[in-house]
Design a protein around this ligand. Structure first.
Ligand code: R5P
Length: 270
């Protein structure tokens, strides 16, 4: 791996745990003003210091994140469909590698839609994006199965989608946790991070998901709704960090959550 590429990867993953806690706030690119992400700037500000990376689009990056931040940026560069359309897979590359480089990002991310009507285009776009990423020294994260594709959340489907993404050169893959997740990990030679999906019934359920994912070989999380739709987003993010980086059990992470709940966030304290 070239120095630039390796440096960017190293900035996102802890040298100690080899894992990462990415905060996903890119939902608006196809879902619009998602609940509790309507005012993205306010949602992001208190969470930013606790995230190993921030995943979002160029619009929200430019408008809602101070350029002084040293949190690595994972830039979503695909889009073109919304939840109003039947077929979410009709995406193209919407932000160039040149612009990603100008924005000084640590990685770019795009969705692949394995098994969907635009499977072919999304996979070819991934191959092309990887070629550009190799040239620029910018890692590419493939995102498997968003929206309706999530209905296929099983190990057989996700193992296929993750492996295909790695074969096409993705440097890391974001996918979803499922039963037999270790089979997805086994077949994928690049680091996997897991998304949380729609808000679960409780914070505990999200912590359990993270614990199981790490135990079965995930190299971290790229989670959104289960953090910022929680009533205690900063505490939740810190509890997840304990799981991902400090081998905390769910019980220990719940203690972190409870302990952090009463603490004022820097924004609230200011
Ligand atoms: C899809 O909207 C994006 O790729 C999200 O970043 C991804 O689904 C992670 O967010 P969440 O944990 O809310 O599913």
């Amino acid at each position: 791996m070239d120095w630039g590429m390796e440096n960017r990867m190293a900035r996102m993953f802890s040298p100690v745990s080899h894992n990462t806690v990415m905060l996903a706030v890119d939902h608006g690119y196809f879902m619009g003003p998602t609940h509790r992400l309507e005012d993205a700037r306010s949602t992001i500000a208190p969470l930013l210091p606790h995230a190993d990376a921030l995943a979002l689009t160029r619009g929200i990056l430019r408008r809602c994140v101070p350029p002084q931040t040293d949190t690595p940026i994972v830039l979503r560069v695909s889009g073109g469909a919304t939840v109003l359309k039947e077929d979410l897979s009709d995406e193209k590359i919407t932000t160039s590698m040149r612009e990603a480089s100008r924005l000084n990002v640590c990685a770019v991310a795009m969705s692949v839609f394995v098994g969907a009507p635009h499977e072919h285009e999304s996979l070819v776009h991934l191959g092309e994006l990887v070629s550009e990423g190799e040239e620029a020294g910018i890692p590419v994260m493939a995102i498997t199965a968003v929206g309706k594709e999530l209905e296929k959340r099983d190990a057989r489907y996700l193992a296929l989608a993750c492996r295909v993404s790695a074969e096409l050169g993705a440097h890391l893959v974001k996918t979803y946790f499922c039963e037999d997740f270790s089979k997805v990990v086994e077949g994928c030679p690049v680091p996997l991070v897991v998304a949380g999906g729609p808000k679960l019934d409780s914070d505990r359920a999200a912590l359990e998901l993270a614990r199981r994912a790490i135990d079965e070989g995930a190299h971290g999380i790229d989670m959104g709704r289960n953090i910022w739709q929680s009533d205690h987003p900063v505490a939740m993010l810190r509890a997840l960090r304990a799981i991902v980086h400090e081998k905390a059990t769910v019980r220990e992470a719940l203690d972190v959550l409870e302990g952090e709940k009463g603490r004022p966030t820097p924004a609230a304290a200011a």
